[in-house]
Design a protein around this ligand. Structure first.
Ligand code: FES
Length: 288
């Protein structure tokens, strides 16, 4: 079973037929929800956690409850099951909006899987909407049958959503596995740092971004926490805020905090000092 499921998700990664519709949808979403407060809201920047995976619990939970009531609840549970289908439909709206925002930041195989994931969930939404209407009109058996179809579709969508996160790292902090030094570690000659210029270095195996500004040397991880973009290829805003070149998340170089999403996790930041002309760094513990 495990091998078969993996084969399905790998197949979805290769479905080039979805490139065009996926790119079109991502483009429309990108035009509709530009960088700024709305995107930050739907991405979960304000929560410090991706919003979409948290919201999915509500429709999936409501529809799962409806399924249990349909299967085991008997006649007296019909009204409750109908209500659960309705709750799932309402909750699916913000869930889909948050998911589409995340989807607009994907590309390549991630976008293909995201497209199939969205297609499954759209079918589920349609089936549950039809199920709710059938129940409202007293066609209980049809409502249950449509709900069963919705359950199958949403399970497929959920499986691919899990693969996007656990298999492909969408929504995962891309610095989560970095080995950051807690002891002072030399990284670069101070003379190599030009004022106001983003400089790439390395500490252990971790790419490091350095900036000399107004007598200070600031350092954060170079790999963007959002999707792994190379921050040294980005640009500076307001002197010490680095903007990622991929989706334009902005991070404060002083402490790595997110100034603008879609990133939800701060960049690991480093303390710096200069000893005999060599810049040394050690990881800065985030303030509470
Ligand atoms: S990779 Fe998306 S903002 Fe950096």
């Amino acid at each position: 079973m495990r091998i078969r499921l993996r084969a399905i998700s790998q197949r979805a990664e290769e479905l080039a037929i979805f490139d065009q519709p996926g790119t079109w949808v991502a483009g429309q979403v990108g035009r509709l929800i530009k960088e700024g407060p709305a995107k930050d809201l739907l991405s979960g920047t304000w929560l410090g956690h991706p919003l979409h995976p948290m919201l999915t619990d509500v429709p999936i939970g409501a529809w799962s409850s409806a399924l249990v009531l349909d299967l085991f609840g008997g006649k007296e549970s019909r009204r409750a099951a109908e209500m659960m289908v309705g709750v799932g439909l309402v909750a699916a709206m913000p869930t889909a909006a948050a998911g589409l925002t995340d989807f607009s930041d994907t590309f390549g195989a991630q976008r293909r899987v995201g497209t199939v994931h969205a297609a499954f969930n759209t079918v589920a939404l349609g089936l549950y909407a039809a199920s709710w209407l059938a129940r409202r009109r007293g066609r209980h058996s049809a409502g249950v049958a449509l709900g069963l179809g919705g359950a199958v579709a949403v399970t497929g969508g959920g499986f691919l959503g899990g693969h996007l996160s656990y298999g492909m790292g969408v929504g995962v902090d891309h610095t989560a596995f970095d080995q950051e030094p807690s002891d002072w570690t030399p990284v670069v000659d101070e003379a190599q740092l030009a004022e106001g210029q983003l400089t790439l270095a390395e500490v252990g195996n971790v790419p490091l971004l350095l900036l000399r500004r107004d007598g200070r040397i600031l350092a954060v991880a170079d790999t963007c926490t959002h999707r792994g973009g190379p921050l040294h290829q980005g640009e500076l805003e307001d002197g010490t805020v680095v903007v990622c070149p991929w989706h334009r998340s902005a991070f404060r170089m002083e402490d790595g905090e997110v100034v603008r999403g879609p990133a939800t996790a701060r960049q690991p930041a480093y303390e710096t000092r200069v000893i005999d002309g060599t810049v040394e760094v050690r990881v800065r513990e985030p303030s509470a």
